[in-house]
Design a protein around this ligand. Sequence first.
Ligand SMILES: Cc1ncc(COP(=O)(O)O)c(C=O)c1O
Length: 438
Amino acid sequence: MSDTPTLAINGGDPVRSKPWLDNFTTGDEEKHAVAQVLDTGYLSMFEGSFHPDPPFRFDGGPAVRRLEDLASDLLDGARVVAVNSATSGLYMAIGALGIGFGDEVIVSPYTMSACAVAPLIYGAIPVFADVEPGGSLSAASIRSRLTPRSRAILVVHQFGIPADMNGIMAIAAEHGLKVIEDCAQAWGAAHGGRPVGTIGDIGVFSFNVNKTIQAGEGGLCVTRDAELAYRLQLIRNHGEAVVGPAGVGDITNLLGHNTRMTEVTAAIAIEQLKKLPALNRHRLELVERLSAGLSRFDFLVPPDGCRGSGRATFYVYPLRYRAELLGGRPRSEFVAAVNAEGIRFYQGYVRPLYSQPLYQKRQAFKHGYPWTAPENRDSAPDYSPGCCPTAERLYDREMIINEHIRPPHGPDDMDDIIAAVAKVAKAMTSTSGGGTGA
Ligand SMILES: Cc1ncc(COP(=O)(O)O)c(C=O)c1O
């Protein structure tokens, strides 16, 4: 009789039948903080003008400003502008840097859609560069996409693993480019001893419900430049109405938005920021346990979270699958078998963004703007299949572990993941037939 256990997908007992826990990071501290705001009755204290009478202010209420101060302390004293989402923050960053028609912004295809949309909102053209095997933009690929119209690089610290900031900042310095760091997934990460988000011109963080710390929705823009911080504040709060009284000289891109954060959101975000170090420590312990257990499988490549002097904080856990070292079994078959064992693996992160209809049809606004705008006539970005081969390969070969690596899960939970992988690997390599029937 074979000692190969029957896979759950074939009717055997799963490695794990215990449910996974919800990953809520909020508790009594947030309840108390929200109650305090509710008691005041002032759920937001922004005013879309330089209002002379307190308590309403152009730069928001006490909780928003306290959050900005606290975040500034964590971010080496950089200036912080709290906003209603990281998506808004990315758009505002493009706006504040004065980017628009005739400009190109180099972006990643293997990330969240707003990163490539941000330039389009202001009439600029997103140019996709390829990523490194770790998932963040490759400096070499960025170099290959430079044109006389390149104005900025929007780099994402994908999965909470710091990007190659030495390489990227060197290109930016050589070519006079601005750098926006998307840190939505990288709370607490650092590169070269500096917090991510403070290395480029503007950093953007997210408090959405899935992030390491969360306030439901919300975000931060971060910059060391006082003028940029002011421009971000103007964009956040109906800039067009106040640039006159404020005597602002260059009013380009200062029209627009209400991207203000409420006092309630800020109160929650403050408590979450206080919890960040402990939450990150917990997450890193889980990741270390997982990497130690999974690195013995030659068909899996665990993430290298310590590129150079970087400190990764792992929003999710990316794992490359090498089918050729597991008898050529397709990733879909492996993932289905692991999932049946009670462990959730996802296939790939996102299909490279340039495959979306937005880029294939080049239709953001009426008449194909901004691609058809006269100022963008000389831009010829490549959105064809194969233009970023590493991103495409990652989408085809990578697996993502998401909610399992979050607190309050513990080492035993990680051992379940390792045990499920071991069981499936054994069945799939066994000569006595590890077919999944898939
Ligand atoms: C890399 C990245 N950038 C930006 C965002 C947008 O964040 P938000 O939901 O706060 O707008 C996300 C959220 O999923 C993200 O993962």
